[in-house]
Design a protein around this ligand. Structure first.
Ligand code: ADP
Length: 360
């Protein structure tokens, strides 16, 4: 029979457990041996007890849990060829020819490199070559995108973004209860794990969903004179309560707009008591939303089908959501496109970034 393995890597995202569960059970359902790799690429490089054969019940009672029960890690060794050779050896030893990686763009970049190197790794290492020559040569890879920031090209939604949005809504609602008095509130969506070149998906949609008064995102700087506008509108009777500032927000001249700058502005001009709430780790906390559980289940099932249908010529793919359907897209292209968007965002070429990303 065929053997496959699943791992979660990079920053954890709600819904990863549902993905691991779906891949495991669908794998068993189609008659494959399924291995759970603990601690991401680190477990793959280290091997041993980190690679465990799963049964139907290994993934019982995890769909509702946050984080990832098989562990996720950042792994320096996998960035090196030596580390990846060791990872390859650990897979070959167990006869694993199919790998499902659930992680962010870093993890999927690594998966892409691993897959491209597979043939050369086997040629440089005799111990691997011998085993491979006898049994199996190819390694099929599929990627599932687990990332709270919805920043990957190739899927309408990444696993975890919806749960993070739910968390932000809960926080905003809690803050609003206290904000009914006479306080101005600024919410700064600023996660240490989210780099400022990403599309500010969470800032934008949480502003929409909470009925925020202002939202600042890097790719849409405010009109000239926004400071006057903001302060005059407020003094006109309707009180602002929520201003959302994404990391990396700038004005039309490229000058950064920080939450503290807005806070000082509002305090100085209007004399309101103003508070800044910085959302960090808390965006990742809590339980996965229904949407993330369902998304992960649908994409996980498709991942197994893609692995089972793969031939040695099939390139590694990402399973994404497009128009409510699970779709397979070439991993290389998705990773490259995501990099192009990030570079464009870094260099403040926002129109180009939006065009590359495909609208919205
Ligand atoms: P995320 O997957 O959430 O974007 P990281 O960027 O930290 O998180 O990547 C997670 C792991 O993926 C890294 O610790 C490393 O093991 C692996 N990885 C990332 N980039 C590469 C790369 N260019 N080559 C090989 N492995 C990589």
């Amino acid at each position: 029979g065929r053997a496959m393995a699943v791992l979660t890597s990079g920053g954890d995202a709600q819904g990863m457990n549902a993905a691991v569960r779906a891949v495991t059970r669908m794998g068993i359902y189609v008659g494959a041996k399924v291995y759970l790799i603990h601690e991401g690429y680190q477990g793959l490089v280290d091997g041993g007890d980190n690679i465990k054969l799963a049964n139907w019940h290994s993934v019982t009672n995890i769909i509702q849990l946050g984080g990832t029960v098989i562990g996720s890690a950042r792994c320096k060794a996998f960035m090196t060829r030596e580390g990846r050779v060791s990872a390859a050896f650990n897979l070959v030893k167990k006869g694993i020819t199919n790998l499902c990686v659930c992680g962010g763009d870093g993890s999927l970049t690594g998966a892409n490199i691993f897959r491209n190197e597979w043939k050369c790794i086997s040629e440089t290492r005799r111990r691997i070559t011998d085993t491979m020559a006898k049994k199996h040569y190819n390694l099929n890879i599929v990627g599932l995108v687990g990332s709270i920031d919805n920043d990957f090209c190739g899927t309408d939604m990444t696993i975890g973004a919806d749960s993070a949005l739910h968390r932000i809504m809960e926080i905003i609602d809690a803050i609003m209860t206290t904000a009914q008095s006479c306080m101005q509130l600024l919410l700064c969506i600023n996660c240490p794990f989210i780099l400022c070149y990403n599309f500010r998906y969470l800032a934008l949609v949480s502003a929409l969903a909470s009925g925020a008064d202002w939202v600042f995102i890097p790719e849409a700087p405010p009109q000239e004179g926004w400071e006057d506008n903001m302060c005059s509108r407020t003094s006109g009777g309707s009180r602002m309560n929520i201003i959302i500032v994404a990391e990396g927000a700038i004005d039309r001249n490229g000058k950064p707009i920080s939450s503290n700058y807005i806070k000082d502005l509002v305090q100085k001009r209007l004399g309101y008591d103003t508070r800044v709430t910085v959302l960090g780790h808390v965006q990742r906390g809590g339980i996965p939303s229904a949407f993330d559980r369902i998304l992960s289940s649908i994409l996980g099932v498709e991942a197994v089908i893609a692995l089972m249908e793969a031939t040695p010529e099939t390139p590694a793919c990402v399973i994404g959501l497009s128009a409510n359907q699970a779709v397979r897209l070439p991993l290389v292209e998705c990773v490259e496109m995501t990099k192009l968007v990030q570079t464009a965002m870094n260099e403040k070429r926002f129109d180009e970034a939006i065009k590359l990303r495909g609208g919205s």
